[in-house]
Design a protein around this ligand. Structure first.
Ligand SMILES: C[S@@+](CC[C@H](N)C(=O)[O-])C[C@H]1O[C@@H](n2cnc3c(N)ncnc32)[C@H](O)[C@@H]1O
Length: 259
């Protein structure tokens, strides 16, 4: 049974309980595996800020994009990054661009997608571009955040980001090698594959999704180059068990080496 994020508690006691569970989840994360990303002391406030804006989202049905769990994680990670500049690759309907606008009201935001056919909402102050981010002249710094949700190779995207000076990255769809079927056109090789010592240069992967066969071959040199620039990363644990909303997309917070 697909669990939609259109339902929610309406009585004060259960609203409070849901909020406390979510705040506790992020406080634990930022005190542990996400300590490199931002201060744990700001996590509960970020959850409250998200819960305040979520009911006003301009795209209530974001099929093909982030739902409640991913949106909450993106919002909290963006808010705690304190970024002043955000680049998003993978606009889709415009939901995550709106989310970044809410999380970081003062940031300069650019959102890229090669196809604006699904774009429904242009958040105020966000610059939307209908092209690959490689076609733009971009330079990042320590105050920048890049979100890759475009299903392009994580290895290539990390290398491209580092070449432009971006070191703080969010990757979506970071699926492991045995579950490439879990998302349509996975960002092969994913970060999980980049750090997987059990995989070999030239290894061929085959999988099936919705009755369609897929295959891809691992480029060991590309993997090595991506691994060399990795600093730290943490895969966000799925909130589905807490919220009972649909499962998360293995959103992953990454920092790259800066020298
Ligand atoms: C999963 S959707 C993005 C969802 C959106 N970030 C959200 O959370 O609401 C993936 C998007 O990536 C776009 N895409 C595909 N190739 C791309 C590329 N090379 N550069 C930027 N976007 C690309 C697709 O057109 C699609 O709209």
């Amino acid at each position: 049974m697909p669990r939609k994020d259109t339902g929610f508690p309406t009585d004060p006691a259960m609203i409070r309980r849901q909020r406390d569970l979510l705040a506790g989840h992020f406080q634990t994360l930022f005190a542990g595996p996400l300590a490199f990303w931002g201060p744990a002391g700001q996590a509960a406030d970020a959850v409250d800020a998200f819960l305040a804006v979520w009911p006003n989202r301009p795209i209530p049905d974001n099929t093909g994009g982030s739902g409640f769990n991913d949106s909450l994680s993106i919002f909290v990670l963006a808010r705690l990054s304190g970024a002043r500049r955000v680049i998003e690759s993978g606009t889709h309907r415009g939901h995550s661009a709106w989310l970044f606008r809410q999380a970081l009201p003062g940031a300069m935001i650019d959102s890229f997608d090669v196809n604006h056919g699904n774009l429904q909402y242009r958040a105020e102050g966000v610059r939307f571009h209908e092209r690959d981010w490689n076609a733009a002249d971009l330079t990042g710094d320590a105050d920048s955040l890049v979100f890759f949700d475009d299903h392009m190779s994580h290895a290539r995207r990390l290398i491209e980001a580092r070449e432009r000076g971006f070191t703080r990255i969010l990757l979506d769809d970071n699926v492991p090698a045995h579950a490439l079927f879990a998302t349509g056109t996975p960002p092969f090789p994913t970060l999980e594959m980049i750090v997987d010592d059990g995989l070999k240069d030239g290894q061929r992967f085959t999988w099936q999704r919705n009755g369609k066969p897929f295959e891809a071959t691992l480029d060991g040199d590309l993997v090595r180059r991506a691994r060399e620039i990795l600093d730290r990363y943490a895969v966000l644990p799925d909130l589905a068990d807490v919220t009972l909303y649909g499962p998360q997309s293995r959103l992953t917070a990454v920092t790259l080496k800066s020298d």
